[in-house]
Design a protein around this ligand. Structure first.
Ligand SMILES: Nc1ncnc2c1ncn2[C@@H]1O[C@H](COP(=O)(O)OP(=O)(O)OP(=O)(O)O)[C@@H](O)[C@H]1O
Ligand SMILES: [Mg+2]
Length: 353
């Protein structure tokens, strides 16, 4: 019920209260007239008036009790039952839509809010369960690899060459586990961190640094890395979060582009907007995959599943939200992908870096 509607209900309740009092006074006056015509005894008149007032008050109190039962008692009972079940961990509870009388006094709104709260808690609980089972799954495979290889080395029956190869696998698997742990901790920290302290940041400078850091990886894979970044694009931002965004987008672009392909990085300022684009000529993705790429642990391209855990873009999305900028993706299978990040530019003349 809207605030104006609630005010008129409160007003009607007050009116009802004063009307009932007025009715009792009126009836008392009428009874006094009638009884004083029939008798002169003050005691009898007083007794009759008291009796009539008591009877009327009793009747009106009974009516008011009925009103309270339907307008207050029932909705409060429903809300209490539901919140008790929610407190006990049952998020499937929903209060049936309020009937006309129950919806007065804002109870209808409280019921809707309790339902929305239960739904939200239910979703969070499912997400938590999924998160735990995903984390366990991601840890289980490398741990079993480590166990098998470590026992094989401990047996002492391997050749020197085999031992070196097993030890290398152990080191790589352990380092993947370590980066998985780092990403989970980072994601958790970012989910609870307050908004960052924004500083005027040269976006081009930060993007260039990340591109340089990826040159070796791209060359090793035989992927051409092109960079065309404008100067002087300044936005209020956070260096650490920017680095995280560029590193994950570049790592994906190189990872999902086959040998002989190309990754192109551009940065341009159009009026008040700075647009960074990271495009690749890689495997691309279909719409179904595109819808989930920012979900935690989602990996659309199973052929590269062992090269990550599906946390990179979840981190990127969190960083984008913290920075208040926007990311969008254009991609089609076999034709590559373009990730575009947009920032609001700030006036270079008026800020000092
Ligand atoms: N440039 C890209 N080209 C094609 N598919 C992509 C690209 N970037 C992301 N994807 C798809 O999105 C999924 C999620 O990406 P994300 O970076 O979160 O995970 P990942 O790279 O598989 O693992 P991690 O980042 O943890 O190493 C990828 O598995 C892939 O299917
Ligand atoms: Mg990634």
């Amino acid at each position: 019920m809207k605030r104006a509607g609630r005010r008129s209900v409160v007003f009607a309740e007050y009116m009802l209260w004063f009307l009932m009092t007025a009715v009792i006074i009126m009836v008392a006056v009428l009874v006094y007239d009638k009884v004083s015509e029939a008798t002169d005894s003050r005691a009898v008149i007083a007794l009759v008036i008291i009796a009539v007032i008591c009877a009327l008050a009793g009747l009106l109190t009974a009516l008011d009790a009925l009103r309270r039962r339907y307008m207050t008692g029932l909705p409060v009972r429903k809300i209490t039952d539901a919140t008790e079940r929610i407190a006990a961990g049952d998020f499937s509870v929903r209060i049936a839509p309020a009937r006309a009388l129950e919806a007065y006094n804002g109870y209808g709104e409280i019921m809707d809010n309790v339902n929305a709260m239960a739904e939200e808690l239910g979703k969070t609980s499912v997400l938590n369960k999924d998160f735990i089972s995903n984390v366990s799954h991601e840890f289980k495979t490398p741990l079993s690899v480590i166990c098998t290889y470590a026992y094989a080395i401990a047996d002492g029956r391997l050749t020197d060459e085999e031992t070196r190869s097993y030890a290398r696998t152990l080191a790589e698997t352990a380092s993947r586990l370590s980066s998985l742990t780092t990403n989970i901790l980072r994601l958790n920290r970012m989910e609870h961190q307050p908004p960052p302290e924004f500083r005027p940041t040269d976006i081009g400078e930060s993007l260039r640094r990340s591109v340089i850091a990826f040159e070796d990886a791209a060359e090793e894979k035989g992927v051409a890395l092109e960079c065309d970044v404008c100067d002087g694009a300044v936005a209020l931002s956070d260096e650490g979060l920017l680095e995280l965004i560029w590193n994950n987008l570049l790592s994906n672009a190189v990872k999902f582009t086959p040998r002989g392909g190309m990754v192109r990085v551009t940065l341009a300022q159009r009026g008040g907007e700075i647009v960074a684009e990271i495009s690749d000529s890689g495997c691309g993705m279909n719409e179904g995959v595109g819808e989930h790429i920012f979900d935690k642990f989602y990996q659309g391209d199973t052929s590269h599943a062992s090269e990550g855990n599906g946390l990179g873009l979840a981190l990127v999305k969190k960083a984008i939200d913290l920075l208040g900028c926007v990311i969008d993706v254009e991609s089609s299978p076999g034709e590559g992908s373009t990730f575009r990040v947009r920032f609001a530019a700030c006036d270079r003349e008026r800020v000092s870096l």
